[in-house]
Design a protein around this ligand. Structure first.
Ligand code: HAM
Length: 433
């Protein structure tokens, strides 16, 4: 039998993982500036955490859940997204207490699971970097969250992006819009796709998002949510637009944008790319929005929230297709070349001492000739080589060579063991002269 990874998953192997680390590091640094701290919630949760929040009729719940009954007969789901678990943790740990700063700002990164048909940018195990901010209804926070997402993608080298926004209003706006949409769609029921016929009575808003060509024609002439907003919801949205303009962040308004999860209200947004990675179609790399009411839904107090989730695989696909190189350096500080069996112990001690002194160090383990070892050093882009033969060993010395300048000096082993920093500075400074 040939073992293969499960369909829709990938192995992130060395080389590739350096890109992940770069993106994660960039995100961590940026989040720190915005004062978001990390939260780590379980990868699996009780089924209801997602079924009650994502929407009973959403694709995520109806088709894509990785759920099972554990040995204790508990209904468990591998998390399809980050928000519901974070909200559950927020409530369970009472992170809304009076002593806790508002907004409570948190981020996460990790795997998510959806049973989808795998294709480019759509996997069964994928990864999100996400943020959630609780306790503030002010539209300024909506704009900061969007600005942070745009910044993150830009810092990863993506320039060609489109920020698309919409509002779903508050409950009252939604109810009014729902009624208007039904009034418009019901007479057209027979012309709708089978999927949309089903959505019509369960969740008509989702029809706005239909990929079916005929549905789309109908949707184009549908009433717009913007005409049904309460004055408060309209005010919230207009402030969001004004503040995005104030920050010079370009955006488009797409009144038919809904989102695949049911917990949203007010501001929703997607950051899209039409990179050739996705065959030139506009594809969402990062998405989010406001979810006032979700905390209550999971048993907490009335606390508003907003956040986003960024698909790391999708970001990497775009970077690759656009030939954007991440500045990843994996150079080796020092390669220790040992000549002759007798030097084995000393080269071991040397690499260990160099590592303890804070340098990356490598050596040979295969008994290769010096030529082979230098080749290896070059392959690893070693800045320095430290060569020791039997004669040097007897004299308590080794040869340190700067691989860029070719400059070579003899150094006492004692100096290496007692203060390599000084030795290093000497030879590296000679590089800069
Ligand atoms: P979402 O739109 O379902 O939102 O997912 C966010 C992002 O995750 C997508 O834009 C995409 O980049 C990535 N993604 C989703 N499914 C897949 C997949 N099967 N394969 C690869 N990438 C995928 C959420 O999950 C919300 N929790 C976002 C949020 C946070 N809203 C508020 N806070």
């Amino acid at each position: 039998m040939k073992y293969q990874r499960p369909k829709g998953t990938t192995d992130i192997i060395p080389g590739e993982s350096a890109k992940w680390q770069y993106i994660e590091q960039t995100a961590r640094q940026l989040f720190q500036k915005y004062r978001y701290s990390e939260i780590r919630t379980p990868i699996f949760e009780n089924f209801e955490v997602f079924s009650r929040t994502s929407g009973e009729t959403s694709d995520i719940v109806t088709k894509e859940m990785y759920d099972f009954f554990d040995k204790g007969d508990r209904h468990i789901t591998l998390r399809p997204e980050g928000t519901a678990g974070v909200v559950r943790a927020y409530v369970e740990n009472k992170l809304y207490g009076p002593e806790i700063q508002r907004p409570f700002k948190t981020f996460y990164m990790g795997p998510m699971f959806r049973y989808e048909r795998p294709q480019s940018g759509r996997q069964r195990q994928f990864h999100q970097i996400g943020v959630e901010a609780f306790g503030v209804d002010n539209p300024t926070l909506d704009v900061e969250v969007m600005a942070m997402a745009v910044n993150l993608l830009r810092q990863c080298g993506l320039q060609d992006l489109k920020l698309v926004i919409n509002t779903l209003g508050d409950a009252e706006s939604r109810a009014a819009y729902h009624a208007a949409l039904m009034q418009y769609l019901e007479p057209l029921e027979n012309e709708l796709s089978d999927d949309s016929k089903e959505r019509l009575h369960k969740n008509p808003l989702r029809i706005l998002d239909s990929k079916d060509k005929e549905d789309q024609k109908i949707v184009d002439a549908a009433p717009s949510i913007l005409d049904y907003l309460t004055p408060e919801a309209a005010e919230h949205f207009s402030t969001v637009k004004k503040l995005l303009q104030a920050l010079d962040i370009p955006f488009e308004i797409e009144t038919n944008m809904v989102r695949g999860l049911d917990y949203y209200n007010h501001t929703i947004f997607e950051i899209m790319s039409n990179s050739k990675a996705f065959g030139g179609h506009w594809t969402t790399v990062c998405a989010g929005g406001r979810y006032n009411g979700l905390v209550e839904q999971l048993g907490g107090p009335e606390v508003p929230g907003i956040g986003f989730g960024l698909g790391v695989e999708r970001l990497l696909l775009v970077l690759e297709a656009e030939e954007i190189e991440l500045p990843i350096a994996d150079d080796l500080d020092i390669y220790v070349v040992g000549i002759g069996e007798a030097t084995n112990e000393e080269t071991l001690k040397l690499v260990q001492a160099l590592r303890h002194a804070g340098y990356s160090a490598e050596r040979d383990y295969l008994g290769r000739k010096p030529k082979g070892q230098f080749k290896a050093a070059n392959r690893m882009s070693a800045h320095l080589t430290l060569t020791i033969g039997e004669e040097e060993l007897r004299d308590g010395k080794a040869n340190l060579k700067n691989m860029q300048t070719g400059n070579e000096v003899s150094v006492a082993l004692r100096d290496i063991y007692t203060g390599f920093d000084k030795v290093y500075q000497n030879i590296v400074e000679s590089e800069e002269e």
